[in-house]
Design a protein around this ligand. Structure first.
Ligand SMILES: [Zn+2]
Length: 241
């Protein structure tokens, strides 16, 4: 099991760690700040800095075959000869990419608060996010953008906490997503609360206050099928750099 530092503190950009294993899939560490792709959110990229100052580029982060395993995926043909189990590294994420994921991810929760229908798909990337709602009523792009802007301006606190499975079972309305059921069998479930706005199980990374979501707009509303309305989010400001 990798110690998942990002679950308790999404603002961490780096940590020291030790290499547990290396194989053709990538590098496993004893602890990490890298979020593995899951719950619709893309995996982190970044670097592993070695004791000699060298750096290995991490192009993606995925869950491994075993529960709790996190694989830091290296660029193809990277020389990993300096890495052995036990090697000390500094794991550092691409902070700009992560910040985009956190802003979009938090924005998808705001959308959930505005659209009272189950979610049946979600994808959060650096450049856009999309959320599929199980519904057949039309959605108004501008009304959703305005609604999100109001919740961003409201500067609501965003916090996670852990609840027991019994508490979740007693509150089935907590489960908003049809496609991503909260993980079971660990005895506790992480829930994400946006004060006065939204509460649902979620393992992803979020900003600490809705004000940090900033200028996110609805760029498109699509009818994907008779019972699916897809909402696509983008940043209103030009991409930095
Ligand atoms: Zn979330």
């Amino acid at each position: 099991m990798t110690d998942e530092l990002f679950r308790e503190d999404a603002s961490l950009h780096e940590c020291s760690a030790r290499v547990v294993a290396i194989d053709e899939l990538g590098v496993r560490l004893d602890r990490t700040v890298f979020y593995p792709q899951g719950g619709g959110q893309a995996g982190d990229a970044g670097v592993l800095r070695l004791a000699d100052g060298g750096e290995l580029a991490v192009i993606d982060t995925r869950k491994g075959a075993l529960p709790g395993e996190i694989v830091h995926v290296l660029a193809p043909a990277v020389d990993i000869s300096a890495l052995v189990p036990g090697s000390a590294v500094t794991a550092r994420i691409d902070a700009d990419r992560r910040k985009a994921h956190m802003r979009f991810h938090t924005a998808t929760h705001l959308l959930c608060a505005l659209v009272p229908h189950p979610v049946d798909g979600c994808s959060i990337t650096e450049r856009y996010a999309r959320l599929d709602f199980h519904m057949n009523e039309p959605l108004d792009k501008q009304a959703l953008t305005d609604g999100m802007a109001r919740l961003v301006a409201g500067a609501h606190a965003v916090q996670h906490r852990w609840i027991g499975e019994a508490e979740l079972d007693a509150n089935p309305q907590l489960v908003r997503s049809m496609s991503v059921m909260p993980p079971r069998g660990q005895g506790r479930i992480r829930v994400l609360e946006i004060e006065g706005v939204d509460l649902q199980p979620c393992g992803g990374t979020h900003v600490a206050n809705t004000a940090e979501v900033g200028n996110v707009i609805v760029t498109k509303v699509e009818k994907k099928s008779a019972m699916t309305r897809r909402v696509i989010l983008g940043f209103a400001e030009p991409a930095a750099g």
